[in-house]
Structure formats: structure tokens, C-alpha cells
Design a protein around this ligand. Structure first.
Ligand code: ATP
Length: 311
């Protein structure tokens, strides 16, 4: 195979609990991550040497700051490969939105180059390399529905739950830095110490896992939790407004995804999701909306038919 196309899907966090700080500077977390159909599209083409990356979105860097570029560089180094690649990214996942767009692109490059360069790495080996690039990337390699612990890299697949309708809402021209959100959460917890106000009873991980195993949308809606809302909502009022607006528009439950600012609503049907999107678009002109659904995998690889070697 000389070339391939990859579909690299976004994720939402159905549950994000911060358990504490780790000596390596990361936070210890318990998360339930869910792939959705909203996806970037990547084209990979073999070249004799070097990594060349282009992207249709001007705000995304095309050099070694790009996670997809770094994924190719890491594979070259770890597999002692001198092979090169041309990568083109067609962005559909909004940037710095809490939807792991960059992580999905990096995971797609790991999966794609494993095939194109004939590296023969197992999924576990790809996930270990992915963990060196970023905490959400190991999840993106397989995607679906997974429980992630540690700093997000210890994964346990949960039963697939396909097709649940989701409405995503992202304020235009607003990005939230993941590093800032975790740091702000840590500072808040340290400064409040023993004086921390008791939070209203938050859902627990066993509640979320029970809702998932019963595949019960209203129970899932009741068990949604994201601790980072405690620092992002006071800073960005629009995030809280969108959560309320999604509920008023018929969502069973709504939550900020990752470090935001994207908010998602679990919708009772695709029809209601589409109606809610159209109503909310008129109400919030500076917000983008997408109707999507839970997806069973993170990356889809489609070989370029012209590049398959004759058998
Ligand atoms: P996460 O949910 O994993 O925290 P995110 O969705 O909040 O991630 P990304 O869209 O991955 O955020 O982008 C975060 C930053 O990473 C951006 O500011 C961007 O400059 C940089 N970046 C690096 N590679 C990419 C990429 N392939 N696509 C988008 N952004 C990228």
C-alpha cells in the first residue's frame, strides 16, 4: 500500500473526575470517553524520505508543533525507519474545543503509517507510543466507549453503544487550553484546601458505568460529570448558557466536553437533535452546532485503491 485515507473521529467525555495530582505533573483522572462520528479526514502518501504536512485550516500548525507530524516523527525514530510521508489533514473537528481533534489526527497517523510502512506494530504497541505524545491519543487509536484512568492512558473498553444522538455546541472564536484548565483546577483545590465548599452531590463513576452497561440514556444523562466545569464555567459564561440552552431545547442531559468550550447534549432522537440545532442556531449566532452520534470506533482506514500492490 502506497497511500491511504483515514477517518479520525472526535471524542466527548461522558464522565471526567479529577482524583488528584501526580508527581509527574499530570492529574490522576477517571474518565469515560466516547467516540462520535464528527471526524477529520487525513490522506497519507508514502515518499522516499522526510515528513511533509499540509492542512486546510490556517490556525493549525503544519510543523513539529502538529501532533500528527510528531506521531510520524516518533514512529520514524522508534522503528529506525528512513521512510517518509506526505500528510494532508482536512479539518472538520473544531480546534482547541475539548473534542481531541489533534489527538485523533495523531492516532490516525500512527494507525496509517503502521500499514503504509509495514511496521507490524500491535494495537497495544501503538497505544504505548501514543501515550508518549498525549493523554487522549491512546484512546483515539481504538475509540468507541472506554474507561480511561491514570492520566488517561490506562484503558478498559466498555460495551459499544452506537447511534445515540448528540448535539454539539461550540462558541466560535473561543478555544480553551487544556493545560490551563487542569492547572486552574489544581490551584483552586489547593487554595480551597479543607475550606472547599461541599459540592452538590456529584454523580459517581459506578453510576455512570451502570447507566452505560444498561444502555439507559436517561440514566446516562443523570450521571454526566466533568470536574473541569468548576473552573471553566466561572471564566466563560457562554459555556454555562449553552448547557442550559441544550436542556431547554430537549436534551436529556448536557455537559462540557474535556476542557471545553464545546458543550454536548444527549438527545432523545436524531429528529429532535436536528430541530434543536435549527432553533439554537437562530438564538446563538456566534455558536457552531453539529448533530452527531456515538460511534463504535475511533479511526477508520481506507486503502487508496490505486495504490494497492497487484497480487
Ligand atoms: P483535547 O480534548 O485532547 O484536550 P482539544 O480538542 O481541546 O484537545 P485540539 O483541537 O487537539 O484541542 O488542539 C489543541 C492545540 O493543539 C491547538 O491550539 C493546535 O494549535 C494544536 N494542534 C497540534 N496538532 C493539531 C492538529 N492536528 N489539529 C488541531 N490542533 C492541533
Amino acid at each position: 500500500m502506497q497511500a491511504c485515507t483515514l477517518i479520525a473521529r472526535a471524542k466527548i467525555n461522558l464522565y471526567l473526575e479529577i482524583l488528584g495530582s501526580r508527581p509527574d505533573g499530570y492529574s490522576e483522572v477517571a474518565m469515560v470517553l466516547q467516540s462520535v462520528h464528527l471526524a477529520d479526514r487525513l490522506q497519507l502518501k508514502c515518499r522516499p524520505h522526510g515528513i511533509h504536512l499540509t492542512c486546510d485550516c490556517p490556525e493549525v500548525p503544519t510543523d513539529a508543533r502538529n501532533l500528527a507530524y510528531r506521531a510520524a516523527e516518533l514512529l520514524q525514530k522508534e522503528c529506525h525507519s528512513s521512510a517518509g510521508v506526505e500528510i494532508h489533514i482536512e479539518k472538520h473537528i473544531p480546534v482547541a474545543a475539548g473534542l481531541a481533534g489533534g489527538s485523533a489526527d495523531a492516532a490516525a497517523v500512527l494507525v496509517g503509517l503502521n500499514q503504509l510502512w509495514g511496521l507490524g506494530l500491535t494495537v497495544g504497541e501503538l497505544q504505548s507510543l501514543a501515550a508518549r505524545l498525549g493523554s487522549d491519543i491512546p484512546f483515539c487509536v481504538q475509540g468507541g466507549t472506554q474507561l480511561a484512568t491514570g492520566r488517561g492512558e490506562v484503558l478498559e473498553p466498555l460495551a459499544d453503544w452506537e447511534g445515540i444522538p448528540v448535539l454539539l455546541a461550540k462558541p466560535k472564536h473561543l478555544g480553551v487550553s487544556t493545560a490551563w484548565a487542569y492547572q486552574a483546577f489544581r490551584s483552586r483545590r489547593e487554595s480551597l484546601g479543607a475550606n472547599a465548599p461541599s459540592e452538590p452531590a456529584l454523580p459517581t463513576l459506578p453510576q455512570a458505568l451502570a447507566a452505560l452497561s444498561r444502555q439507559d440514556p436517561p440514566a446516562l444523562a443523570r450521571s454526566l460529570r466533568n470536574d473541569l466545569e468548576q473552573v471553566v464555567l466561572p471564566e466563560y459564561a457562554i459555556v454555562g448558557e449553552l448547557r442550559q440552552a441544550l436542556l431547554s431545547a430537549g436534551a436529556l442531559g448536557s455537559l462540557m466536553s474535556g476542557s471545553g468550550p464545546t458543550v454536548f447534549g444527549i438527545m432523545p432522537s436524531l429528529e429532535l437533535a436536528t430541530q434543536a440545532r435549527d432553533t439554537l442556531r437562530r438564538q446563538f449566532q456566534n455558536v457552531e452546532f453539529w448533530v452527531t452520534q456515538f460511534a463504535p470506533t475511533g479511526i477508520l482506514l481506507q486503502p487508496d485503491p490505486c495504490s494497492l500492490s497487484p497480487t
